[in-house]
Design a protein around this ligand. Structure first.
Ligand code: ATP
Length: 514
């Protein structure tokens, strides 16, 4: 783990050094859990959004987009259950005065037991060599079974006490497990309390006339309240989906781990409306489709796993998380939820307006069921950065740091580098730049040695560098350098453009594996 922590620290400082992410309001010593995306960060973020949007909206005839307001009528949140039930259980350590999410303290305890099981496996694998069968070992070894039993029993108590709102039991579980505060090292805990995660604000100039508003904690409700508007104006027939990318706000109790848990973040959500009774079929469809989307970016498959929920949210009848192995362990990246007709029915009730769909195939009207896919844009950003950060020792003994970002997502696609600042090379390079810059995001650079410029572009993940030299002036060929292999090849300008276009061809990426 120490190694992962070290890599994570390097990724965080790399993000700042190379203009990906800055702490918000840094000159005032920063604001916790808020971040700004710098020049390279905003490009990467936009590329992720674009990749998601194209695969979701452009590739599916029955999915359309929406951009709803962050402010919504306050009744929205009563109907959605967020005012009454969007709570996290918090607990304070009386000695360190640090605040924690009680459920996360217990989940971290479980992760430690899981890590012990992993260690048992590593040891056994060494002992048994080629004979080792992990599945068999974890289902028969006495010590592993004992650990699994302990995990199950803790999980069961946690789930039942949280769903019944029995916060005393959550606290006594923390005490029974003798969980200590990592800062003070003591188990001197306060009682567990519920804490609502929505940010409240006011609209209106005078205190008397003011109305309480909330900053939306999810983009989904903007989709639900617009169901009829969108369905009618786009003449959609069920099943169909509405997709939206936008900011969401949560007053997270503990906001740590960089952009993994922020108080202001972005979501890429799609709500898919289906006929009642067909939701589980569609839930399975989207479960598969979404993992394939992640795989299409070429990140190692073993870094993803599903975590099916046992403790279902008040609105769901099936739910899973796609988890990614971040440097701090497997954590939720995307949620896929079968939300039943909970939201539309609730809005129907609170607004007094009918929200029904007339289904011509069965000649009947009903409130549609919904399957949601909800991906955190910032978590996706962290996934890409954490996965792509590479340190490589070269034959020369030097260390090369490069970001192996999937080409299609790279902030800059092509660096255009005249070998020297004279002999007409900059002029030629500028011409090449002009011919490419509307097709790919290019950057022109003539300062420093060519080696240094290559390194700078490695560090921000630029997949291609083009060098313009004396020969270019004679025969229109350039040196094309590949970020990952560092191979340089001499190619004509036409060929260069062909190679780059082919590499950035989105349809190549989205040929989703079955
Ligand atoms: P967690 O259990 O980590 O708090 P959640 O289950 O509350 O997440 P959802 O309500 O399912 O999250 O939100 C959908 C997605 O939005 C998550 O999968 C995640 O990628 C993203 N997300 C949620 N909360 C945050 C946050 N505080 N900062 C960044 N991204 C977030």
């Amino acid at each position: 783990m120490a190694n992962y922590e070290e890599i994570f620290k390097k990724v965080v400082s790399h993000c700042k050094e190379y203009g990906f992410i800055f702490q918000s309001s840094e000159i005032y010593d920063g604001l916790a859990a808020a971040y700004d995306y710098g020049p390279n960060g905003v490009e990467l973020k936009n590329n992720i959004k674009d990749y998601w949007w194209k695969s979701m909206v452009n590739m599916n005839e029955n999915i359309v987009g929406l951009d709803s307001a962050i402010f919504m009528h306050p009744k929205t949140w009563k109907a959605s259950g967020h005012i009454d039930a969007f709570n996290d259980p918090l607990i304070d350590n009386k000695d360190s005065k640090k605040r924690y999410r009680a459920d996360v303290l217990i989940e971290d305890y479980i992760s430690k037991i899981e890590a012990k099981i992993e260690k048992d496996c590593v040891k056994a694998a060494k002992r048994f060599g080629d004979e080792f069968n992990k599945n068999e070992f974890t289902s028969t070894n006495g010590r592993v079974l004992e650990r699994k039993k302990q995990i199950n029993s803790i999980n069961e108590i946690l789930i039942t006490s949280l769903s019944s709102g029995d916060l005393e039991r959550v606290k006594s579980l923390i005490e029974e497990l003798d969980i200590k505060c990592p800062i003070s090292g003591t188990n001197n805990w306060t009682d567990v309390r519920q804490f609502n995660l929505m940010f409240k604000t006011q609209v209106g100039a005078t205190a008397e006339g003011a109305t309480d508003l909330y900053l939306r904690p999810e983009t989904a409700q903007g989709i639900f309240v617009n169901f009829l508007n969108v369905q009618k104006t786009s003449r959609m027939k069920l099943p169909f989906g509405i997709a939206q990318v936008g900011k969401a706000f949560r007053n997270e109790i503990v906001a740590r781990q960089f952009i993994f848990r922020m108080r202001e973040f972005e979501q890429m959500e799609m709500q898919f409306f289906v006929r009642p009774g067909e939701e589980i079929k569609w839930y399975n469809y989207w479960r598969k489709s979404r993992i394939n989307w992640h795989k299409s970016l070429g990140i190692a498959e073993e870094k993803y796993r599903f975590h099916d929920h046992e403790n279902l949210a008040h609105y769901a009848n099936a739910a899973t998380d796609i988890e990614f192995r971040f440097p701090f362990g497997f954590k939720e990246l995307e949620g896929i939820h079968s939300r039943t007709d909970f939201d539309l029915k609730a809005h129907q009730e609170y607004s007094g307006k009918k929200i029904k769909y007339f289904d011509p195939e069965i000649n009947d009207s009903y409130v549609p069921y919904v399957v949601e896919t909800s991906l955190g844009l910032d978590r996706m950003f962290l996934t890409i950065l954490a996965d792509s950060f590479k340190e490589e020792i070269l034959d020369s003994g030097d260390t090369r740091i490069f970001l192996k970002i999937p080409h299609i997502l790279a902030p800059i696609k092509v660096a255009i580098l005249p070998l020297t600042k004279k002999d007409g090379m900059p002029e030629k390079a500028r011409k090449i730049m002009q011919s490419l810059q509307l097709k790919f995001n290019c950057q022109y650079e003539e300062k420093d040695s060519i080696g240094k410029r290559y390194r700078r572009h490695d560090a921000i993940g630029t997949p291609f560098c083009i060098t313009i030299d004396h020969v270019t002036l004679e025969d229109n060929t350039v040196t094309l350098r590949n970020r990952d292999t560092m191979i340089q090849e001499r190619v004509s300008l036409n060929k260069m453009e062909e190679i780059i276009s082919e590499n950035l061809n989105i349809s190549k990426y989205l040929q989703i594996k079955a």
